[in-house]
Design a protein around this ligand. Sequence first.
Ligand SMILES: Nc1nc2c(ncn2[C@@H]2O[C@H](COP(=O)(O)OP(=O)(O)OP(=O)(O)O)[C@@H](O)[C@H]2O)c(=O)[nH]1
Ligand SMILES: [Mg+2]
Length: 391
Amino acid sequence: MVFSTVLRFCKVRGKSTGKFIDSLKLTVRGGPGGMGHPKYGGIGGRGGNVIFVADEEMTLKKVLHKLPARLIKAVEGENSHAHKLCGGNGADFILPVPTGISVISQTGVKLGELNKTNEQVVVAKGGLGGQPATQFNGLKGDDLKIILDLKLIADIGLVGFPNAGKSSLLKAISSAKPRVAAYPFTTLKPQLGVIMYDDFRQITMADLPGLIEGAHLNRGLGHRFLKHIERTKLLVFMIDINGFQLSHEYPHRNPFETIALLNRELELYGKDILSKPTLLVVNKMDTEGAQEKWEKLKYLLADYKENLYTLPKVMQPEQPITFDEIFNMSVQQDPQSVRQLALKLRHHLDVSADYEISQLPVQQLADDIQDTKQRRRLQNALTEHNSSNLM
Ligand SMILES: Nc1nc2c(ncn2[C@@H]2O[C@H](COP(=O)(O)OP(=O)(O)OP(=O)(O)O)[C@@H](O)[C@H]2O)c(=O)[nH]1
Ligand SMILES: [Mg+2]
């Protein structure tokens, strides 16, 4: 058993994570401009541009399938001729790419972001057609190497250590059919599911591969998938009430330690992820002794920040998270708890949307407060206060 878990663990490290592609390098070239006509003062056509358009149906895998050489060249501009002095422009190369793409240059500069269907970005401009200023020579188009970096756009991001039941939850709460199994790293690539409500509201949830201690040092699957929660509106931390142990070679972590370690890993990833509204979901409440462990955990979480000091220094996050709600459940044995969670998720998303809308009147005061969550709460309270005063 120990052996098999460790083996699987090693395999994960060496193996590619399935066919999911979330980053792709391409060379893009705008078309060269057409030649001018010096004798008659004719102007060459402009070279075509390379344009990316966001398309819900696209994946990076499809892009790669379309462009096996990873090279895009737009068409050159038409030369000027005695019988057609103004050469026609070269056709643009329009490439549909998945929604959620950032286009990044080789030097790390962000050239554009495509977050909504039909948004466009000109990635490489075609060269100017030949004209007097260019001695009638057509100019070369832009020629650059870029990276297409995909970040999924889901409303909710589900994170936790392996085996906590994240994929089980996604399976129970949405139409997705992720793999579920009793060993770590069952999920090797992010999975998306849509939660459907009776009134046809739809909420998307991304289930991410399990993190482990030291993910920031690239242990397990590392931090590489965390970029997919950068754009989510709500985080769900899921833990097993029994804590976590990767294998018998590794120490067992109790549920409180698991939360602190998860907090720490997300903090080490950075990018302000911990300022998002976050729910803590404690799963597997059907297992033996769960109630007792829950009581103990509740006690420790009642003063999370203080109780972190009881842990060894390496486990202590510097930015202890403030959970918006703590919820216990059994994905496997208690379908009612799954339905309840679905409603809570919706509620928390609505609260954070209200916050976005209600911002400005208290902006100055809120800006003075560093902690984003505290700020959100304050703004909610003030907005409520303001609206009740108006009545
Ligand atoms: N007893 C009990 N077992 C559960 C519950 N939820 C999930 N499990 C089991 O826990 C194991 C792990 O479940 P997964 O959903 O694959 O866990 P995961 O968090 O997606 O794991 P990774 O993909 O490895 O990160 C499976 O054997 C599930 O059947 C629960 O509420 N109670
Ligand atoms: Mg999973």
